[in-house]
Design a protein around this ligand. Sequence first.
Ligand code: NAP
Ligand code: ZN
Ligand code: ZN
Length: 367
Amino acid sequence: MTTASAYAATSPTSGLSASTIDRREPEADDVEIAIDYCGLCHSDVHAVRGEWGGTDYPLAPGHEIVGRVTQVGEHVSGFQEGDLVGVGCMVDSCRVCASCQDGQEQYCEQGLTPTYGGPDRRHDGVTTQGGYSSHIVVNQGYVLRVPENLDPAAVAPLLCAGVTTYSPLRYFGVKEGDSVGVVGLGGLGHMAVKIAKAMGATVTVFTTSSSKSQAAHELGADNVVLSTDEEAMEEMVYSFNFIVDTVAARHDLNPFLASLKRDGGLVQLGLPSDEMPPVDPRILIRRRLSYLGSNIGGIAETQEMLDFCAEHGVVSEIEMVKADELDEAYDRMVAGDVRYRFVLDNSSLPEAGQGASRGDAPAGRKA
Ligand code: NAP
Ligand code: ZN
Ligand code: ZN
């Protein structure tokens, strides 16, 4: 057992503060990783603040992890000490169900083992703890290779926001000439814009923030529509092949469904804690539309996404934060005041004493 330095919440209202967590010694198939960076996902906010219910405290969140391998177990192949690696939203799954066999571990019929906040199925059911910590130990089957040609801090958000948007865009088969709408320009939304553009699509951003218009164009969006402007929304009718909806709060999907072409699809990615208004089946029926949800991406698909991003030079737009700025960053995320992903500089965590050696710690990045 080693002790990791961490930032954790003890209740829905405690905020995050310095803490320690136990990490197992690497077993034969495990990789130990000294974490350099961890992205802040809106799911971390939902979980830490108990918005989805069932949060098991204390909880150190974080599932957009990038770091260096410090140790590997004797059966590990493909990773060695010093490798730049990533861990996303899951650290295990049943490995035998149809979804796991298909490389769709995110849809594991027994439930995936989340990187934080869930029972560790192979380790006495202890609650998993995430990447707001100095180091982590993960089974090699759930560790990703991070391309060395990208800024590792800006890669961290790809491990959740990147794959969560890449996966449905690939599922839809987005290609050159397709017209894609992206609803909500936050962490997930800005990755959807970049990835859909890299796939060759024409991209329209729907935002509630008129101040984001210029920035959306700079990210590559071809059009920007203020979703609160009813007239502008009506003009979008029959415009899109696919829409990815990334909004973190309750909202009406029907105006977005109405902007799809025949045979179009809208995938909901955001998981608001409040119930959503019902989808009008008449809109679906009159155009043979699909309304679906999508959960992160499989391990092989996450690797494919990282390699795709390396090839196309796609990374997240980030703002670095230190550990003692996490609570403020959460408030800013809830207020929609982030362009477009906060990333924790894990070298700002207090020393744990007993943790994995960080080796050459990355130079402290300016916030
Ligand atoms: P985020 O960075 O906070 O972005 C969410 C965006 O939603 C905001 O930037 C904002 O964009 C828009 N929005 C509109 N009205 C809002 C309101 N009242 N409150 C908050 N946001 C509002 O969040 P994120 O990290 O991208 O995550 C988005 C959602 O996806 C969260 O619910 C998260 O839990 C979920 N998620 C799902 C998966 C999955 O696998 N399905 C994976 C990761 C995250 P505009 O200002 O442009 O309107
Ligand atoms: Zn996430
Ligand atoms: Zn399974």
